[in-house]
Design a protein around this ligand. Sequence first.
Ligand code: COA
Length: 134
Amino acid sequence: MKKNIAVYPGTFDPITNGHLDIIERASCLFDKVIVTIALNSNKKPLFSKEVRKEMITYVTKKFKNIEVDSFNGLLVDYAKKKKANTIIRGLRVVSDFEYEFQMSLTNRKLSPDINTIFLMSNEKYTYLNSSLVK
Ligand code: COA
């Protein structure tokens, strides 16, 4: 039977409880969730790819269906390579929407077969982002 695989992309510099909350929700919905670090982001990360990967692996080890990875280039190309049909993104506040909307429509244009699903994190994490943690 075909597995339902989702990718959850981000910079994760560092991963936060807000990201973890989304990962937990996604892990209940999909056979496999690939948490993947975007390496070609415009951001200048504080933590190296290896350290970010280690942090994500450590905090997600209680979930059995999570894989941690990284990618370069277009997200939809990566998703296809991993046989994923869904992109997961978290929505915290209304201001996230415009950026996420633009990104999901671009991804749909590039690859109509891949859907973006938005999950809402717990309201206690709506104020949180990686910059605040740093
Ligand atoms: N809880 C807490 N914080 C969260 C969160 C959550 N659930 N979801 C996002 N955030 C925060 C992050 O910590 C981050 O904070 P920061 O700005 O202080 O670093 C911010 O929200 C947004 O970061 P993130 O979710 O990691 O996304 P991003 O904007 O860094 O990454 C990519 C976007 C990587 C997914 C996107 O650029 C991409 O797909 N790139 C590949 C190239 C591509 O395919 N482009 C075509 C599509 S446009």
